[in-house]
Design a protein around this ligand. Sequence first.
Ligand SMILES: [Zn+2]
Length: 253
Amino acid sequence: MFSWWKRRRRQKILEEHPIADGEWADTVAGLPLLQQLEPGQLAELRAMATWFMAEKDFYAGGDMDVIRPVELLISAQSCLPVLNIGYEWLEGWYSVFVFPGAFRSRQSWRNHMGLVDDDKRVLAGVAYQKGGMVLSWNNVTFDVADADDGNNVIIHEIAHKIDMRNGPADGYPALHKGMSRGRWAKVMQSAFEDLNDKARRGRPGIDPYGATEPAEFFAVTSEYYFENPERLQDVYPDVYGQLHQFYRGAAAV
Ligand SMILES: [Zn+2]
């Protein structure tokens, strides 16, 4: 639902907490991932990043210093997955913790707190069912430097947050009108099983972390969709097709 109040509140944020032209130019220049966007898409992303920065509280972990360029870089990438599906997909949570490097989290929290953590990077990022996300700055900057390898911890955690809007992360986000749940389930399940097979044989076509569970499959393939869509289209064309419908073509080939 998009109320008059919400529209007005968003407009007020744009007026009162704008991202200055110079800092936005620096952010875009620092993110090769955004180079493919059209000027109109970049303007929309800038508005979304403004709302994201105003709505989320950024917290520093360890000796991290969360300065404005850090917030900008995280906000711009966080909004990329929802660029064509609407900012409301990022609403309802309020915190972004940034640690300087990889951090640890107790596995035993998983079921009790509904968190999905990413062991492979021990830990590059965590998304909480009832809360925000945690990122390792070291991993964020590493992913920024290589914008087409299909690895992006921010997109990964945001995909979990999107997935969590209709319950615990399970690889089945709330689909748009016109999309078939049956088709989604069939395509995702079959590719997930294929990745498991190939990972066991040591020849996965994409990051085998996606084989750990369906939620991770959705998060990992979302990373490819935005960072290396060609690879995803090549290895799992039907998954690419479903994600293309879901993300409505944002930043794809
Ligand atoms: Zn994950």
